[in-house]
Write a protein that binds this ligand. Structure first.
Ligand code: GCB
Length: 595
């Protein structure tokens, strides 16, 4: 009774109205090059299945002062979880948990007058409410993109305490929505850092080749702080570049210079050390230069046609059955993609962590980055387009200087096409173009008709894509309608390159399949046959610019219920979750070798 007293209800409602509207601020980029205090490591947690911690106001971390005081929560003496890392894979009682976990971390700080301080999160799935020393900083929605809060005037000298309420309950109007075919790993899944900057700092910049150019960089630098007008220099020592520019009253400096760059490509993933120096700040990072375009039905990289030899990857360490986040996790996944012969990874179906992006770029893998605008999105809900916009901004902001990223994929399988969907996704495409004019944009579609062995790609969303991306599961969800080598195609935008963004089927690695008649469907041989047929079919596709099997490793999914063959895994991997190569792997590898 005490817990739900009227006073508490009023305080709760009042605080909700006052502060819950503060959303995470746009995160600074290239945190790797900043003065950071890592808050990774063990955090104390309170597991809160019913959400009662909200009523108890656990962020206040109250402690009894006298014998008659009591509070029905405490971070001290309770469980701990590792950050970064999902909570599901760390404790067996949390395996299938979708709910609230409160995290608490203390840090020591000495205030320095000339500094600003930011609390930066790589990502929290799905909603994060963040508190510092009992005061709410704000909230962030979206499980795969970074956000920050400035805490310059809120931090104190000595011990400070951060509390984060994480909640991964599926939302009807969330991104993704209620249904999706991957594991809903919750918690603080990426790095947490406190970042120290000067009073005016280099917050953001865009340094990439201008569309269509192989030698001219066109971009901008954005300062944040009080001294916005500054002289700024970009140095690329290896090229003897010392480019000077100036920021205006709004802290924005134009960037425009030319040089003879050694261009980035999968064969030669050349990166240059680039230093950006203002009067009050300096950051550096490795940046590559390349040009990606579509022309006459082909994808061109640095003016040469390229066939996209891709593979789909989820952000999961298959060996651990956990959300991937580290460089080691990235290497495990990307090395397998390299071994298959890939030159592109489709990072499905949400923006992956920065280690994945940076490692892929370093290894010579082009990257396809995607928004979690997946099946079951509630386009009729007016908040959805707002969330899409915000997530788009956060995805592009973080990775726009990664030349390895060549495709922004804005949606996957949003069929049926309704006026709300079309409006929202066309608007989103326009916004994406305005934010980044140099990369390819696509929407992945599975609304095609496949009748009388003929595919008809009719979806009008293709008009807003640079690539005609199609997911088709002939041989698995849909039976072949004739010989794979005789398939006919009718494409709504025949002038555009076509990319088969998904195909495949499930197979359990190994040979003990139970009764032969039932088993056929889940065998490696059956999956292999699908791949053999698909490869035959690829020859029939007009303007085929690449293919992308679904997918590299078997991965955990709560929608996969078959007790013998699936056991909670989507088995469409070319590799099992233990890394065993299935027969289909070799079909794909041979195909990519020949291409
Ligand atoms: C699809 C989805 C992907 C699923 C896959 C499947 O079309 O894009 O997320 O996991 O099919 O296995 O059904």
């Amino acid at each position: 009774i005490k817990i739900f007293s009227n006073k508490r209800i009023l305080i709760f409602l009042f605080s909700f109205l006052l502060v819950d509207m503060v959303i995470g601020q746009d995160a600074m980029i290239n945190i790797q090059s900043r003065n950071a205090i890592s808050l990774n490591g063990q955090w104390n947690v309170i597991i809160d299945p019913t959400g009662v911690g909200e009523w108890l106001q656990v962020w206040l971390e109250k402690r009894p002062q006298k014998k008659t005081d009591f509070f029905e929560y405490s971070f001290d003496g309770g469980p701990v979880l590792k950050v970064p890392g999902d909570f599901n894979s760390q404790k067996s009682e949390l395996t299938f948990f979708e709910g609230t976990v409160w995290y608490r971390k203390k840090f020591n700080y000495t205030i320095q007058n000339e500094k600003r301080l930011f609390l930066h999160f790589g990502a929290v799935n799905y909603i994060a409410d963040v508190y510092l020393n009992g005061e709410k900083l704000g909230i962030h929605e979206g499980g795969f993109t970074p956000f920050q809060f400035e805490i310059t005037n809120k931090v104190k000298s000595g011990i400070n305490s951060i509390v984060v309420k994480t909640n991964n309950v599926r939302q009807k109007n969330g991104l993704p929505g209620l249904g999706y075919d991957w594991f809903n790993y919750g918690g603080i899944t990426r790095d947490v850092n406190i970042i120290e900057t000067g009073k005016t700092y280099i917050q953001d910049y865009s340094i990439q080749l201008k569309k269509g150019s192989l030698n001219t960089v066109s971009g901008w630098i954005q300062l944040d702080g009080l001294q916005l007008e500054q002289k700024i220099e970009i140095k690329i020592p290896e090229l003897n570049i010392q480019y000077k520019t100036k920021s205006d009253k709004k802290g924005l400096a134009p960037v425009d210079f030319s040089s003879g760059f050694e261009l980035w490509s999968p064969e030669n993933p050349k990166l240059y050390k680039v230093i950006i120096k203002s009067e009050t700040d300096s950051v550096s990072e490795n940046i590559g230069f390349r040009n990606i375009e579509v022309k006459e039905g082909k994808v061109l990289l640095n003016n040469h046609p390229i066939f996209l030899k891709a593979v789909n990857i989820h952000e999961e360490n298959p060996y651990k059955g956990a959300r991937a986040y580290s460089r080691d996790d990235a290497n495990l996944l990307l090395k397998a993609a390299k071994e298959l012969g890939c030159n592109l990874v489709r990072l499905a179906h949400y923006p992956h962590n920065e280690n994945m992006i940076r490692e892929a770029e370093r290894m010579g893998l082009m990257i396809w980055s995607e928004l979690p605008v997946y099946q079951h999105i509630d386009f009729a809900d007016s908040t959805v387009p707002v969330k899409m916009d915000r997530m788009l901004g956060e995805m592009i902001r973080r990775d726009k200087n990664r030349c390895g990223v060549v495709v922004w994929s804005l949606s996957n399988e949003t069929y049926p096409s309704t006026p709300n969907r079309d409006k929202a996704l066309v608007e989103l495409t326009k916004k994406c173009k305005a934010l980044d004019s140099v990369r390819l944009i696509t929407h992945v579609i599975n609304s095609q008709k496949y009748l009388s062995n003929s595919f008809e790609l009719w979806d009008t969303l293709y008009r807003h894509s640079d690539l005609v991306s199609i997911n088709e599961y002939a041989g698995w969800y849909v039976p072949w309608q004739g010989k794979p080598s005789d398939v006919k195609w009718k494409v709504v935008c025949p002038e555009k390159p076509v990319f088969i963004s998904e195909f495949g089927g499930e197979a359990l690695f190994g040979s003990d399949y139970g009764p032969a008649d039932e088993a056929a469907y889940w065998t490696e041989e059956y999956q292999e046959k699908i791949y053999i047929d698909q490869v035959k079919m690829f020859n029939t596709v007009p303007n085929l610019s690449g293919v992308c099997p679904w997918l590299l490793f078997d991965y955990r999914s709560l929608s996969r219920l078959h007790p013998v063959y699936q056991k909670g895994y989507n088995r469409k991997g070319l590799l099992s979750e233990k890394g065993d190569k299935k027969k289909a792997w070799y079909i794909m590898k041979v195909y990519y070798n020949k291409k």
